[in-house]
Design a protein around this ligand. Structure first.
Ligand code: SF4
Length: 930
């Protein structure tokens, strides 16, 4: 006998349900964990698990029965692993296919579990109807092979699939209690239907308790269809969920098509659209804070998301930025947090260190990329000093480390860096400290040794965790930061939780894959974890409509109620085609109604009009509420924080402090001040700031270094050579020095070298063939001169150097190309605009003008040096240098006055401090190009 008990508003209380059972011997099964928690007093003693915890969720109850009869049911993590093994068996010849199948592991697991639930063994041949429903015959072939291999793996490890064991048990061994009560099932899976069928066959009475209102047929169509075969329906006495009239109307009249419209009065419901998701979440956080101040407790508030994984991280981040504090009735101050699974800690930097360990070992040797090493260094697990070297490692990576993989390569690269590091100039290797290089080397060695031990043992999951923990303990130094130490301790808890994940021997690769899968699952299933957690008084609950079914909260905010998420689009059927669109819509409609029926006092439904580049409109359900109840949908017009020009400026100020009165400045840095004062300032603040840390910058700088190598070698030729001779010689040298450069920039790939070489060739051709006079390259020379600082009545010294001089016929020219590449990366864009002076500081209007000024000074310095003091050329050179000195003097005054405005423009593209400069709040002078 089957009977459906329905309640139209508030769920019946425990006493009412107990009266319905009217029996001491019964089985009680519910649809959600939340309901299990709420109804724990009704759960009979036979349903206590080995920890004496009452359980009532269908899968858990069946698992308990299977455990009692000794069925070795595979856990979720077991099935994950065994299917991976099955995929390897089936795709032996095709690693690409293996990767594709493993990426979609959860879909294949579900497809195989569904087959098992129906009791389908494909090795016995296809049922023609099932075969015709396949979305693709290739998928069908794979399913047959995978199912066989999967069952072989299950057999080899002594495990059985839950669905198979459950079917067998229910059909052959199960003896039901006289009364079975199933509460809250919106729909029944095939296994649940089999369970009900077996109970009836064996003479039990099966009672269902579900919400239902015949006055709202559209809203409850899903329930009607689920229990269509039950003829005995009885309505329980009605108890309202809320006292608020507008909410009552919403709960009883929504999708009741006969009463239309039903205008409501009250202020318990709000429907709001926001310009962006951030604004929507921020408004929700502010509202929660107000609800708490009004006296509601955190566990009386629910935040609903159709798929919590959509925005929960955004929510967590926003809550971090805008913490909510509240005072309880005893006056204690609490900070609201969101529930977090310890397994999620595997996604923190410290946790990533562990995950990375299982990615850096292949074919019994170290196979570690520079990115892997960087995440290990930055994790903090191996100590503060190592962690502090992260930024320098990252800077040197594109020059020295990007190509490294094996233990030998890492050692050679670090030895080479230690021995031949250029500690001056703008190359990132200048940053490397000797002791840091040694520390990196020790770390590579320690990692090699740890991985060798980790990967040398096979055992159960528990064994691997023990070995991992031992190895981790052995390499954690004393001086680990407090925050990392805390995470480390919590990860130990996560490990304890995971210890029994698999009970059969697995390889280290499989262990690595398992903990990666666990970390991913922890991230995706966090809402489920929230359900499992005890309710902490300071914890916010983010729930899905599925889990809120049958629950009541004083205040509910439903986020993301837009035309894409509510109702959700049906997913494409796979691997069997099945047209269940109608059923899908019934379910989605019911899911919206579950949220409506959960609210007791206050409700907000909201959506964002723009998010991640997509535009959204209100859900049709909100439009329906708007039409039927004449409730206005409010469009919030707050400015979007993503529209940068409208956003309030939240920037970091640069502290001003007196630099020691410098007596000497290089001409290079003065030229940089003249282009962008803040660049000069940032470069002087920190040694890391003035090196080139991107691959693009390095390929430009290396052109200068290559040219310098060629020119240096040509200075040894103590004779004039005709154009073709000197060019031929230069190209010869260019080839000769190539290997040395490869050693210095081992991370460059062939394409980068091709481009660099082409540019160097072009530069040499231009340098030596601009006229037909015989030529010779002469060594350069340093310069220094005094510049008066008029207002302070003193002098500073300016220094520079001409790296090489080109004698062409009788005339000598400074060759600045090699320094030009290294100092400015580009010669600067040719610009027809005003050269400068359009602002109070006389700054250059473009990099081109800065470079011209810098070049001309070198030309004048050489002219003055090479010509007699009173010659016309010399006099003219001195006049121009005096002009330049006035500008230098003025800028030095500005530097001493701490005046460093930002001067953005085209030159930002090649600026060494562009990342440090982003978001820095200073006076800004708009550049002509900017
Ligand atoms: S990025 Fe542009 S504005 Fe910023 S410091 Fe560099 S050159 Fe100046």
């Amino acid at each position: 006998m089957k009977k459906v008990w329905t309640y139209s508003l508030r769920k019946p209380d425990n006493e009412t349900v107990a009266r319905l059972i009217d029996q001491n011997n019964y089985t009680y099964i519910v649809a959600t964990k939340a309901m299990e928690r709420e109804r724990y007093k009704l759960i009979p003693a036979e349903q206590l698990n080995r920890n004496n915890k009452p359980i009532a969720v269908f899968q858990d109850v069946i698992s308990l029965w299977l455990e009692k009869v000794g069925e070795p049911v595979a856990r979720k993590s077991d099935t994950n692993l065994l299917l991976r093994r099955a995929i390897d068996t089936v795709t032996k010849q095709d690693p690409q296919l293996a990767d594709i199948l493993k990426t979609d592991l959860s879909s294949w697991l579900k497809a195989l579990a569904d087959l098992a639930e129906e009791g389908i063994q494909l090795s016995h041949g296809w049922d023609p109807q099932k075969y015709d429903a396949l979305v693709n015959p290739f998928v069908g072939d794979l399913l047959v092979k995978l199912q066989k291999a999967y069952y072989d793996e299950l057999g080899n490890s002594g495990k059985v699939l839950f669905e198979d064991a459950a079917r067998r048990y229910l059909r052959q061994q199960y003896r039901p209690a006289p009364v079975i009560l199933l509460e809250g099932f919106t729909y029944l899976t095939k296994l649940q239907r089999l369970y009900v069928k077996e109970c009836i066959r064996l003479g039990a009475r099966v009672h269902f308790i579900v919400p239902f209102r015949e006055e709202q047929p559209r809203a409850f169509e899903q329930i009607r269809q689920t229990y269509a075969d039950v003829t005995d329906w009885t309505r329980l006495p009605e108890h309202p969920i809320t006292k608020e009239h507008d909410l009552q109307a919403l709960q009883t009249e929504f999708l009741n098509l006969s009463n239309y419209p039903v205008p409501v009065q009250g202020n318990s419901i709000r429907m709001v659209s926001f310009p962006s998701r951030d604004r929507e979440i921020l408004a929700c956080i502010n509202q929660i804070s107000e609800w708490l101040q009004a006296g509601y407790k955190p566990d009386q508030i629910a935040i609903v998301m159709r798929s919590p994984s959509d925005f929960k991280e955004q929510f967590r981040d926003m809550l971090h930025l805008h913490p909510i504090k509240y005072r309880d009735q005893d006056g204690n101050l609490h900070q609201i947090s969101m529930a977090k699974s310890p397994r999620l800690l595997l996604l923190t930097p410290v946790g990533r260190f562990i995950l990375t360990l299982y990615q850096i070992w292949k074919n019994n040797q170290l196979d570690m990329s520079a990115d892997n090493f960087e995440s290990i260094v930055s994790s903090g697990w191996l100590g503060v000093e190592l962690q502090d070297s992260t930024s320098r490692f990252r800077a040197i990576k594109p020059q020295r480390f990007s190509h490294l993989r094996s233990f030998r390569e890492w050692n050679q690269a670090l030895d080479e860096l230690r021995a031949n590091r250029d500690s001056s100039g703008r190359l990132p290797e200048a940053l490397a400290l000797q002791e840091e290089i040694d520390r990196w080397k020790e770390t590579v060695k320690a990692l090699e040794s740890v991985c060798r031990k980790l990967f040398s043992t096979n055992g159960t999951f528990k064994d691997h965790i023990r070995i991992l923990q031992n190895e981790l303990e052995s390499i954690v130094p004393e001086n680990i930061r407090k925050s990392e130490q805390e995470v480390l301790d919590q990860i130990r808890d996560a490990f304890r939780e995971l210890e029994n994940a698999n009970s059969f021997p697995i390889t280290t690769d499989e262990f690595g894959a398992s903990i990666h899968a666990i970390a991913r699952a922890a991230n995706n299933d966090e809402e489920e974890e929230v359900e499992e957690d005890p309710i902490y008084s300071d914890t916010l609950r983010i729930v899905s409509p599925e889990s809120i079914d049958g629950q009541n909260y004083a205040c509910v905010w439903y986020i993301g109620v837009d035309n894409v998420r509510v109702p959700r689009s049906p997913s494409l059927p796979w691997p069997f085609f099945e047209d269940d669109r109608e059923q899908h819509l019934n379910k989605e409609r019911y899911m919206f109604v579950t949220v409506l029926r959960s609210i007791q006092s206050q409700a907000v439904f909201s959506y964002a009009r723009e998010d991640a580049g997509h535009s959204y409109q209100a859900s049709i359900y909100l439009r329906e509420i708007e039409r039927k109840f004449l409730q206005p949908l409010i469009n919030h017009e707050w400015k979007d924080m993503h529209v940068s020009h409208q956003a309030p400026e939240i920037t970091v100020g640069l502290p001003s402090y007196a630099l020691g009165l410098r007596e000497t400045f290089s001409l290079n840095e003065i030229a940089h001040y003249g282009l962008c004062p803040i660049r000069y300032h940032l470069e002087t603040l920190h040694p890391e700031a003035d090196v080139y840390r991107s691959e693009w910058q390095l390929t430009k700088a290396v052109q200068g270094i290559w040219l310098a190598n060629v020119l240096e070698s040509l200075t040894k030729e103590r004779r004039l050579m005709n154009v073709s001779q000197i060019l031929e010689k230069a190209i010869q040298v260019k080839q000769g020095v190539k290997l040395g450069l490869y050693r210095k920039f081992p991370s460059f790939d062939a394409v980068s070298w091709e481009e660099v070489e082409q540019r160097v060739q072009e530069a040499l051709e231009t340098m030596f063939s601009f006229n037909n006079y015989p030529k010779q390259v002469l060594p350069g020379m340093p310069f220094s001169w005094k510049v008066p600082i008029e207002e302070r009545n003193n002098f500073i010294e300016v220094t520079t150097r001409i790296p090489y001089v080109l004698r062409s016929g009788k005339i000598e020219y400074p060759i600045m190309n090699s320094d030009l590449h290294q100092e400015f990366l580009l010669p600067g864009k040719k610009h027809s605009g005003p050269s400068n002076e359009e602002n109070g500081l006389g700054l250059f209007s473009s990099q081109y003008h800065a470079v011209q000024w810098w070049r001309n000074i070198h030309r004048d310095l050489l002219t003055i040096k090479r010509n007699p003091e009173n010659s016309m050329h010399s006099q003219e050179g001195k006049r121009r240098l005096n002009e330049a000195n006035k500008r230098i003097g003025y800028w030095v005054e500005m530097i001493r006055d701490n005046h460093f405005p930002k001067r953005p423009g085209d030159h930002c593209r090649s600026c060494s401090v562009r990342f440090e400069c982003l978001g820095l709040h200073t006076e800004t002078i708009q550049g002509v190009d900017g």
